[in-house]
Design a protein around this ligand. Sequence first.
Ligand SMILES: Cc1ncc(COP(=O)(O)O)c(C=O)c1O
Length: 394
Amino acid sequence: MKLQVSKKYANMKPSATREILKATSDPSVIAFAGGSPAVEAFPCEEVKKITAEILEENTVSALVYGVSEGYEPLRETVKAWLKRRNNIGTDDDVVIITAGGTQVMDIATRVLCSEGDTVICEEPSFIGSLNAFRSHGCNLVGVPIDSDGMNIEALEKAIKDNPDARFIYTIPNFQNPGGTTLSLEKRKAMYQLAKENGIAILEDDPYGNLRTEGEDVPAIKTLDEDGIVIYAGSFSKILAPGIRVAYAVVPSSIAGAFTIGKQVSDVHTGVLNQMIVERWFKEYDVDKHIDEIRKIYREKINLMCDMLDEHCPEIEYVRPQGGLFLWAKLPDYVNMLDYCKRLVDNKVAVVPGNAFIVDESKPCNYIRLNFSTPSNENIVKGVKIMAKVIKEYK
Ligand SMILES: Cc1ncc(COP(=O)(O)O)c(C=O)c1O
């Protein structure tokens, strides 16, 4: 007997990233396709020490059920840290701990959308979030991005054409995959448009702390006098992704519904993992750690960009000021999917850009490159292979 999946899931394709990532399980393949932070940035010794201490001192509390909103000391720590570091959150906002930032997108969609509702998002955008929206039967409307983030005229038109849209999804800093950062003027314009049209904003910011050049731009959440912005942050990129601890800063008007969404999803995030993050803050200087890992990323971004400039002048891209990704445009005479396949044959994996497009059938001549996962040696080797393969098309 063949089991039937629901209509919602029947229309969802496996992510192209995952398919290409399969190729990266071969250790001889150079992975420019991943999305993980650099392993050398993980505070391994600290996590080992903290975990041993927790299990020694708080064994039972780490093993019992916790509350759905999250481990209270961690919620308080995150709330105070966000306020001090980025001026994010008001007394009215509620911090809820989640199992990864991805879960914020899932719960926010459950809470705000009914089947068939519209979500407006950047195009291209993070495939994990697009799939979360699709899994709830949402209709996605993509808005193109410029070098300073979402195109506001196109956003205005998307709202006009879809007045019942439920929320605007944006990745304001070092967008995945675009690498762009939304300018302050555009953040203000987006907020104003959302407010005037009664639409929420889902601000997904896993990369804001990974700035390697330039000045931080205030979060859209800092403009939120009207309680319309849900802010999502994560410890995946500054601590370690396997810990699966992230957070949502949620306006109080929907905090109750959001907590129910969390209960339905997984009851609560693992208590031990939440305790590890809370103790990490207590025993170490997290801001200093962030400054240190930024140095690792600065070196890797510069290396990949310098290599591309030297060996692949036919590839266009905007040098990112942080984050983990570079969005690279191939010349018109190169077929993007064919190039990705030839690269895998030559032991380099990149992500085909169409994976991040709302309508995957639209033409797309971009690829996404990740510079955090490969070693510096493999960045050099991999870009040289990219250059060799692209020359085959001439
Ligand atoms: C834009 C964006 N949002 C959310 C996430 C999810 O991260 P996590 O679930 O590990 O917190 C990612 C991960 O790559 C991402 O790129």
